[in-house]
Design a protein around this ligand. Structure first.
Ligand SMILES: N[C@H](CCC[C@H](N)C(=O)O)C(=O)O
Length: 305
């Protein structure tokens, strides 16, 4: 009996959601205590032994004035990251479904800054993803900047890519056909390439015409996902900078389509797409978890020195 009681932690309510198949466990950490260590996040992310998700999204009270919520994002590998585009749309749907707000324009504090979410009548969500950065510390490529295309050596192979930060780092390669692109082989090598000190999300972009593109993304900390919102934004920025795309692009990902608009350097990237709620659930956490702050629980993603 004692053993049983010791393993009985608190019950945790959550909602399973997805944005074009990029799937999330979403937790309201306002009305329930919530602290998870990275190892517990990894266990919950496991698609056989846990709930299964690409990212965990946590809703917290705002930490800044004139902001409605704080939004924390954890990859399946347990690392906390700065931005998640598909997650932002699901966040907007979640806080309204859970009656945490009835606003249609929601301001959310993230590790990257404040983003603004607008919920449309048709259930689509428009996100102001902020102004992209072209050579922040996470993607230090300025030295050899040439039309924002850089060369990186991967096991003796020279790879050309663009480097764009949407708050989180992205490398973008232009390929002839996403269906035959080396996402599973080159993706993981570039995700952990030394040129990306905080690792990176790697996008494989196929240009169909100046306003249509296809994209696959090998995500940092999650592997290839069916869609990547910040990746679609980074890909359109890269395509525009390379003179291959116009300012409004329909991006077709494996899980569906996003509309991305960008008016050029110094302006924010706007993303519009759906957000789907799949089911609500609750689970009993292990006895050693809960609201007490623990060493190493969910610390922001640390860039490698
Ligand atoms: N894997 C990303 C976070 C999730 C991004 C993606 N799911 C999106 O929709 O933007 C990173 O480590 O920066």
């Amino acid at each position: 009996m004692n053993q049983q009681r010791r393993s009985q932690g608190p019950l945790l309510r959550f909602t399973k959601m997805h944005g074009l198949g990029n799937d999330f466990m979403v937790v309201d950490a306002i009305s329930q205590p919530f602290r998870l260590r990275p190892d517990m996040i990894r266990d919950l992310a496991n698609r056989n032994f846990g709930i299964g998700f690409d990212q965990l999204l946590v809703v917290e009270p705002p930490g800044l004035p004139d902001v409605d919520f704080r939004y924390r994002i954890f990859n399946a590998d347990g690392t906390e990251v700065e931005q998640c585009g598909n997650g932002a749309r699901c966040f907007a749907r979640f806080v309204r479904d859970q009656r945490l707000t009835n606003k249609k324009v929601i301001r959310v504090q993230t590790a990257k800054g404040v983003i603004e979410l607008r919920v449309g009548r048709d259930g689509m969500v428009m996100v102001n993803m902020g102004v992209p950065e072209l050579n922040p510390p996470a993607i230090p490529f300025a030295a050899d900047r040439r039309k924002d295309v850089y060369t990186v050596d991967v096991d003796g192979q020279t790879v050309e890519l663009s480097a764009v930060s949407m708050g989180n780092p992205h490398g973008v390669l232009v390929v002839d056909d996403v269906d035959t692109a080396p996402v599973g082989t080159l993706g993981p090598k570039l995700e952990r390439h030394p040129r990306f000190p905080a690792r990176a999300n790697i996008g494989f972009l196929q240009i169909l015409d100046r306003s249509h593109a296809r994209l696959r993304v090998f995500e940092r900390g999650a592997g290839e996902t069916l869609a990547c919102g910040s990746g679609a934004c980074a890909a359109v920025v890269a395509g525009c900078l390379r003179g291959l795309l116009d300012h409004r692009v329909e991006v077709e990902l494996r899980g569906g389509k996003l509309v991305i608009e960008w008016q050029g350097e110094g302006t924010p990237v706007m993303m519009e797409g759906p957000a789907t709620s799949v089911f609500e659930g609750q689970l009993r956490l292990p006895g050693d978890s809960g609201s007490r702050r623990r060493k190493g629980s969910g610390r922001p993603h640390k860039q490698r020195s």
